[in-house]
Design a protein around this ligand. Structure first.
Ligand code: XLS
Ligand code: NI
Ligand code: NI
Length: 437
């Protein structure tokens, strides 16, 4: 008996449907701006929140009663039951992609050799599941934060032996991702930072981190992996300070170590807001810096100052996000990974389905709204017009580097320039977002 036996394959039934186990907006083959919804969204189910998390929190034990027993020691048999359930769910949802960390899927291990053995064992089975279901791997990653060895960081650990363990996990998971046909490889540095600056040498840690990332990029080329390498920014949690605090900070790090053409970002909604940025700010910034890779889609809670990782449920909020994704040309190797978890009291199998169905429908609605904004061209037209002075002769001369500070200043004096403020039209532009709903 499968865990999801009572749940049917989820179909598109349209906006009038009241069936909670159906898509009302996500019509995978529907063309939007000449591309199917499936290809625009490239959405993924994440293994960790959905299959590996037992429903515990810092005050309470796990609440989910699943046949693969999340939170308990993982035998090869339990890992296999979990794998079957996961792919049954991906298939029933019609999910084009999934994502996983090594330890989400594999059986328990202790030393480096048993790590390799258990990872290989599950990857062998996963390869079969991919062939059977046609679901693809959006990205793989190694968990460099849960094990006690990583309490003081992975690549940024003061102990090089920990760095070596991290290297072993990452080269193994890069190999697995490559073998499984993954489109990207992600590194989230949850412990790459510090709890107190008093015991920390920031310069040393950044150099270690830079060296680690350089090795990752070299390894990618060595094994012929042609997917993208992505860093996932987050400002803090679990550590007080994480070096990858937001997209702009990651760009500075990449630039310093000469990696800006090799590594992109995986932007997460709730991480953007934790950093004091808006979600759309992060995407527009990544577009501007040419490092936009992929998205972990979720939402925070305005009353809670941590990463609550809830499923997205607000279309107007996501419309600007989708707009900047489209404006940047859409995803290349990236996609929308539901790095989101149901609440602890949502203990039933169908709760996992409601969460993903709702999340996918919200993405589909935001896509339709954003596509209408792109088609109307009013927003982009306004922005273009706003900067049009920079396309005139004087603006072009300044920006191309032909003029010095003195020459530009002289120009103001000679012409007696008295520029007047012009309306930024904020309220009107905000109205356009609402009108697109
Ligand atoms: C945690 C991160 C994590 C990454 C993958 O906050 O979002 O889930 O996406 O390691
Ligand atoms: Ni994430
Ligand atoms: Ni997160």
């Amino acid at each position: 008996m499968s865990y999801f036996a009572d749940i049917p394959k989820i179909a598109f039934e349209g906006g009038q449907s009241t069936n909670p186990l159906a898509y009302r907006y996500y019509d995978a083959d529907r063309l939007v701006l000449g591309k199917s919804m499936r290809d625009h969204l490239r959405w993924a189910v994440c293994y960790w929140h959905t299959f590996a998390w037992p429903g515990n929190d810092i005050f309470g034990a796990g609440t989910f009663d699943r046949p693969w027993k999340p939170g308990e020691p993982v035998s090869r048999e339990l890992a296999g039951i979990k794998l079957n359930a996961a792919f049954e769910m991906f298939d029933k949802l019609g999910a084009p992609f999934y994502c996983f960390h090594d330890v989400d899927a594999m059986a328990d291990h202790d030393d480096p050799a048993s790590y390799t053995r258990e990872l290989d064992a599950i990857v062998d089975k996963m390869e079969g599941k991919i062939a059977e279901t046609g679901v693809s791997l959006l990205w793989g990653t190694a968990n460099l934060f849960s094990h006690p060895r990583y309490a003081a960081g992975a690549a940024t650990n003061p102990d090089p032996d920990v760095f070596a363990w991290a290297a072993h996990q990452v080269r193994s998971m890069m190999g697995a991702t490559h073998r499984l046909g993954g489109a990207n490889y992600v590194l989230w540095g949850g412990r790459e930072g510090y709890d107190t600056i008093l015991n920390t040498d920031i310069g040393k840690e950044l150099d270690q981190f830079g060296r680690f990332m350089t090795m990752v990029v070299e390894h990618k080329h060595k094994i012929g992996f042609d997917g993208a390498i992505l860093i996932e920014p987050k400002p803090h949690e679990p550590t007080k300070h994480q070096y990858d605090r937001d997209t702009a900070t990651v760009y500075g790090f990449l630039k310093r170590y000469g990696l800006e053409d090799e590594v992109k970002v995986n932007i997460e909604a709730n991480h953007a807001t934790l950093a004091g940025n808006s979600f759309e700010h992060e995407i527009a910034t990544a577009n501007a810096l040419d490092i936009m890779g992929s998205i972990d889609i979720n939402r925070g809670d305005p009353q809670n100052g941590w990463d609550t990782d809830q499923f997205p449920n607000n279309v107007p909020d996501l419309t600007p996000v989708m707009y900047y994704v489209l404006q940047g040309g859409g995803f290349d190797t990236g996609g929308f990974n539901f790095d989101a978890k149901i609440r602890r009291q949502s203990v039933d199998a169908e709760d996992l389905f409601y969460a993903h169905i709702g999340g996918v429908d919200v993405l589909a609605r935001a896509l339709l709204a954003a596509a209408s904004l792109i088609e109307a061209g009013e927003l982009s037209g306004f922005v273009e017009e706003r900067y049009s002075g920079w396309s005139d002769a004087f603006g072009r001369k300044v920006i191309s580097g032909e003029m010095s500070l003195d020459q530009v200043g002289d120009h103001a004096v000679e012409q007696g320039l008295m520029p007047k403020p012009k309306s930024g039209r904020q309220e009107h532009l905000e109205n356009l977002i609402n009108r697109s709903q």
